[in-house]
Design a protein around this ligand. Structure first.
Ligand code: TRP
Length: 335
């Protein structure tokens, strides 16, 4: 089996951008039976830019695990773990910090963009922890010998940096670490209800997996449609309509064709089109909601899933740390 490691920062509920971007890919991997999957809830990484709101990070660890379980990730097939509960990750991060230069971290395009966006938090000088999070992410992946890392496009520079660290380590200390490969999920980035290229919490344009019927109604009813279409029987252009964009995600191709045809002929108004989309979103979400409700009502089961997953992960991490310390001549007083 191929060892897969991936993760998320627990900074908020997951939305349909995550769902179509990465979560469906994980489900596919789970169902194929070809992979041994570890999913890491990156609370330490979340603290690098949320260090002043620890209660928010803690609350979101719970939200994220419930999101995972409710979309059908199955704890009997996937190992879920909390990053801060694996001390070997922090230890390995320290070892790796000798193998990476400040200049190289500052050049990382993902980190660079994020620092520019976080001027308010960091002011003139970024923290050591935030600048160094790619190093800790390299530790996340390699302590579990992750071979494949399914991620979005924005994460590619982080995986590249991880690969460099691995090569450098293996060069100096011997071939101990596995060099991971990024697996890009095919589906493109999902746009927000306001037509923005990116869906995100801070942009206020996301549809969450945990949204209520009412929230979904409100969001879809106010989604941007063809601005030139004023009256219901004006012919519309589906290519510039967010409702058509979401129909492609949630509706069958036949339904899509149908609404587009009727729109172009001015035969279907936007309200009727939105209603059909809302119904299809609710259909897709129904089993997700049912599972969410179950786990919200059984918090002790969620605890057990996290404890068991983290314990299993810890055993793997300990094994690997032993080999790493041997290679680095840090295996004092070992038999
Ligand atoms: N940086 C990732 C994100 O923001 C989260 C993450 C942490 C991760 N550790 C990881 C992803 C290891 C893949 C592998 O989404």
């Amino acid at each position: 089996m191929i060892r897969v490691l991936t993760g998320d920062r627990p900074t908020g509920n997951l939305h349909i951008g995550h769902y179509f971007g990465s979560l469906k890919k994980r489900l596919e991997m789970q169902e194929s039976g070809l992979y041994e999957i570890f999913i890491l809830i990156a609370d330490v990484q979340a603290l690098t830019d949320n260090f002043n709101t620890p209660e928010k990070v803690r609350k979101n660890v719970r939200e994220v695990i419930i999101d995972y379980l409710s979309i059908g990730l199955d704890p009997s097939k996937v190992t879920f773990l909390i990053q801060s509960m694996i001390p070997e990750i922090a230890e390995l991060t320290v070892f790796y910090s000798n193998l990476v230069t400040i200049a190289r971290l500052e050049r990382n395009p993902t980190v660079k963009t994020e620092i520019a966006q976080k001027k308010e938090l960091f002011g003139e000088s970024v923290t050591y922890g935030f600048l160094g999070y790619p190093v800790s992410q390299a530790a996340d992946i390699t302590i579990f010998s992750g071979e494949e890392v399914p991620v979005g496009e924005d994460q590619i520079p982080l995986i590249e940096q991880c690969r460099e660290i691995v090569r450098k380590f293996n060069n100096i200390y011997g071939e101990v670490l596995t060099e991971p490969k990024a697996i890009l999920s095919k589906s493109k980035r999902i746009k927000g209800v306001d037509c923005n290229e990116k869906m995100g919490k801070s942009l206020g344009n996301a549809i969450y997996l945990c949204d209520s019927d009412e929230e979904i109604n409100k969001k879809i009813m106010s989604a941007i449609t063809d601005p030139n279409r004023i009256k219901k029987d004006d012919p519309g252009n589906p290519e510039i309509c967010m409702v058509k964009y979401y129909h492609e995600l949630f509706s069958t191709s036949k339904e899509c064709e149908n609404v587009c045809e009727e729109c172009k002929l001015g035969k279907r108004g936007c309200v009727a089109c939105k209603k059909e989309l809302i119904d299809n979103i609710k259909k897709e979400f129904a089993p997700i909601r049912e599972k969410r409700k179950y786990y919200e009502e059984h918090p002790e089961e969620v605890d057990k899933i996290l404890i068991d997953g983290t314990n299993k992960a810890r055993r793997v991490a300990k094994e690997n740390m032993k080999k790493i310390k041997q290679a680095m001549k840090l295996d004092y007083f070992e038999e």
